[in-house]
Design a protein around this ligand. Structure first.
Ligand SMILES: [Zn+2]
Length: 440
């Protein structure tokens, strides 16, 4: 070990000099900053949910140092002096929750054509509020699978810079697919010349869209394999991207180290997306036996948004959603829930994705109860929103209360493995060691 370190001495010395210079200029700018001790938060509770196996651990003590978890032990273990404390008697601590399917720049109050009364920047501004609502609901990480005008990328940058409160965001920027498909602008006549700038109608165009989106901030690629519910003149069952196009997307994205999410309701589109190498299937409403078999064989994850139909059917008409969209929503809703039950029973890997934005942001936790109604245990549903979601993202820094990961936690009174609805209103939220909500 020493030998290894010695062999790096010249380089380490250079780095040391650079650090010393940086420290010096910091010290000149702000004398207090240079002497600051690490910021430490010690959390104790009645129970900890171990998302790696779904079990509860009694009387945990978690130490978070400069934003990252530095120790997970038992109450009474030595705690660093001068640490801030968050003692949560009677409560269960869980990893910060993860929603794998949100649209932070969407607001469900404006359905159909009613959103056209606003300037484009209206949605960018609303996204700031939606991010705060999402974090307050206990969702400390989200995957934003489709935004206009790079709204999600700018929002992520502002949050990561500490300028705004919000979850960690994995950004897709624009989602894309076929001209005239679900990911295109489908509400306008030709004289209005509205189209998605990343429409792709060949394998070569699909590769180019992946490259351009990544260039400006996409961290995951989102495509539309089939028609959808809330577009015009598309049907959910209809495949809209060819196998070759989706294979080009998956190969290109994977080459750059990005994962691919495919919006896919129809059985044929789901099967081709999985065969093409897509990592997560969104909605998966009409998945058939062959699709279930392929998902297991390829290790593809299903992200099935089985709560939001309750909202869209109750509120959609009032919000201006067109009758044709509500008709498709009705046709797909119950079938999707039954297929969730079948896929889960068959052992397909599932993550927690809600399509927040189709229903109000901040209600993300409402899907837990629906997942348990359709076959999951509470612990399985919670794992889908923590450890399993982190795996589907390919991340080892979120989704589990473990040394080295971000200090992202939520706490609820009681035991969510007995009553999963406790996660519908989370009173305590910690992100990166900062207590962002304490409403006990
Ligand atoms: Zn969506």
């Amino acid at each position: 070990m020493m030998r290894h370190e010695n062999s790096k001495a010249p380089r380490a010395a250079r780095t040391g000099l650079a650090l010393a210079c940086a420290a010096l200029s910091l010290a000149l700018a702000s004398p207090a900053l240079a002497q600051q001790a690490p910021d430490t938060l010690v959390v104790t509770a009645a129970r900890l949910f171990d998302a790696s196996n779904g079990r509860l651990i009694d009387n945990p003590q978690i130490v978070i140092r400069d934003g990252r978890i530095s120790a997970v032990g038992r109450a009474g273990d030595a705690a660093p002096e001068g640490a801030r404390r968050l003692d949560l008697p009677g409560m269960t601590v869980l990893p910060g929750l993860i929603d794998m399917h949100v649209h932070l720049d969407s607001d469900p109050s404006y359905g159909g054509y009613t959103g056209l009364q606003f300037n484009d920047r209206f949605w960018s501004v609303l996204a700031v509020k939606h991010a705060q609502q999402t974090l307050q609901a206990g969702f400390t990480t989200v995957r934003n699978v489709g935004a206009d005008a790079w709204n999600d990328v700018g929002l992520r940058q502002a949050i990561d810079e500490g300028k705004l409160a919000g979850p960690r965001i994995v950004t897709a920027a624009y989602s894309f697919g076929a001209t005239g498909g679900h990911c295109d602008s489908t509400y306008f006549p030709p004289s209005m010349a509205q189209k998605n700038p990343y429409n792709a109608d060949s394998a070569a165009e699909a590769r180019k869209s992946v490259r351009e989106l990544r260039k400006y901030g996409a961290q995951v690629i989102k495509i539309c394999a089939t028609g959808g519910v809330f577009s015009r003149n598309t049907e959910p069952g209809q495949q809209q991207m060819s196998f070759e196009e989706m294979k080009a997307v998956a190969d290109e994205a994977h080459q750059w180290g990005l994962r691919v999410a495919a919006h896919a309701h129809g059985a044929a589109g789901i099967r081709d997306a999985i065969r093409a190498g897509v990592d997560t299937i969104e909605h998966a409403s009409l998945i058939d036996e062959e699709g279930i078999r392929l998902a297991k064989q390829h290790g593809a994850w299903l992200s099935m948004d089985i709560y939001n139909t309750d909202y869209t059917q109750a509120e959609g008409k009032k919000n201006g959603v067109l009758e044709d969209n509500l008709r498709k929503d009705r046709e797909v809703g119950d079938i999707q829930r039954e297929n969730f039950r079948r896929a889960h029973a068959a052992g397909v890997k599932m993550v927690y994705g809600t399509d927040a934005g189709v229903y109000p942001h901040g209600l993300n936790g409402k899907q837990f109860a629906v997942m348990t109604r359709y076959g999951m245990s509470p612990a399985q549903a919670i794992r889908a929103a923590t450890f399993d979601a982190a795996q589907a993202l390919g991340r080892k820094d979120v989704g589990l209360i473990e040394t080295g990961r971000w200090g992202d936690l939520v706490a609820v009174a009681g035991d969510p493995t007995q009553d999963v609805r406790l996660l519908e209103s989370v009173p305590v939220v910690v992100k990166g060691g900062e207590v962002v909500k304490d409403a006990r």
